[in-house]
Design a protein around this ligand. Structure first.
Ligand SMILES: NC(=O)c1ccc[n+]([C@@H]2O[C@H](COP(=O)([O-])OP(=O)(O)OC[C@H]3O[C@@H](n4cnc5c(N)ncnc54)[C@H](O)[C@@H]3O)[C@@H](O)[C@H]2O)c1
Length: 270
């Protein structure tokens, strides 16, 4: 069903790797809601993934960019405005990667080169992206910038490893840069803290299935899916949320405010 929520809006979407990606679902839904946008991902991901299918389906162009490389970002933002015919109304940062997680390196035994690389990709890239948008004055007034995060930024999830620290940094950057974007450009900046979701990045976390099932049993509404996350993201790109900014918004079926649920109590009783 379409509400034409984003009719006439132009955007830039990072992070669609395959059809499970949150960014993929967001692109599909944004297209249905009348937006035009450019898709981007790291060159290596473009080779591995299936983004062409998405580009065809949504009538959009794909521009490769490594989100840790400021020159790539400058080029991407210039080209996107040319292609779309004006400044941007929305930007989605849907990027995360930890080499320590991927290689099974424990939090108490970090390879710091990998830690730094993961921080750059998952968190600093958001600052680099916003600084480039800001300097190029590439956002329209009342535009909206969203990044995806996870509750391990606030609470301990041991297997989330150094991604927990990356997400804490990411959420802080959203507030700090969001202040200047709000004051100077009337642009809002928020993070969405999403339920565990079976995507390529999500499934890389050790014990992911147990993690997901636990969250499902703890949440009164159950886990939020990637498609539901896409829909929530669109509301933040729409004109109905103009004064929502500097927020970390939980999209998790209620998990973040739970202590314990009946199902968990029953599972623990012997
Ligand atoms: N899946 C979950 O359980 C979950 C939960 C909460 C938040 N998130 C967050 O959602 C976001 C999207 O992840 P996803 O679950 O859709 O997984 P995904 O693996 O589909 O997406 C991650 C994307 O990051 C991209 N990326 C990695 N390095 C990059 C670089 N240098 N430059 C540009 N792009 C790069 C990948 O190519 C990929 O498209 C991430 O920020 C993730 O941390 C995921």
């Amino acid at each position: 069903m379409s509400y034409n929520l984003l009719k006439g809006k132009r955007g830039l979407i990072f992070g669609a790797l395959d059809e499970n990606s949150i960014a993929w679902k967001t692109a599909e839904r944004a297209h249905e809601e009348g937006a035009t946008f450019v898709l981007t991902n790291a060159p290596v991901a473009l080779r591995m993934g299936t983004i062409k299918t998405l580009a065809e389906k949504t009538n959009s162009e794909v521009i490769p960019a490594d989100a840790t490389n400021v020159e790539d970002l400058q080029d991407l933002i210039e080209k996107s405005q040319e292609i779309l015919g004006g400044k941007l109304d929305f930007v989605l940062h849907s990027i995360g990667m930890s080499i320590n997680v991927r290689k099974g390196k424990h939090y108490t035994d970090q390879n710091y080169n990998w830690t730094q690389k993961g921080l750059d990709v998952s968190a600093l890239s958001f600052h680099k992206l916003m600084q480039t948008l800001y300097k190029k004055d590439a956002m329209n007034e009342w535009g909206s910038i969203v990044a995806l995060t996870y509750m391990a930024a606030q609470r301990v999830f041991p297997d989330y490893n150094d991604m927990a620290d990356n997400k804490a940094y990411l959420e802080s950057v959203a507030r700090s840069f969001g202040y200047f974007f709000g004051k100077d450009k009337k642009v809002r900046v928020n993070t969405i803290s999403q339920s565990p979701t079976p995507t390529s990045a999500g499934q890389g976390v050790k014990g992911f299935t147990g993690f997901m099932n636990y969250a499902e049993k703890m949440s009164p509404l159950g886990n939020a899916t990637a498609l539901e996350c896409a829909d929530y993201t669109l509301t933040l790109f729409s004109d109905f949320t103009k004064k929502v900014t500097l927020q970390n918004l939980y999209h998790d079926g209620g998990f973040s405010n739970m202590g314990v649920s009946q199902e968990i109590v029953e599972a623990m009783e012997d």
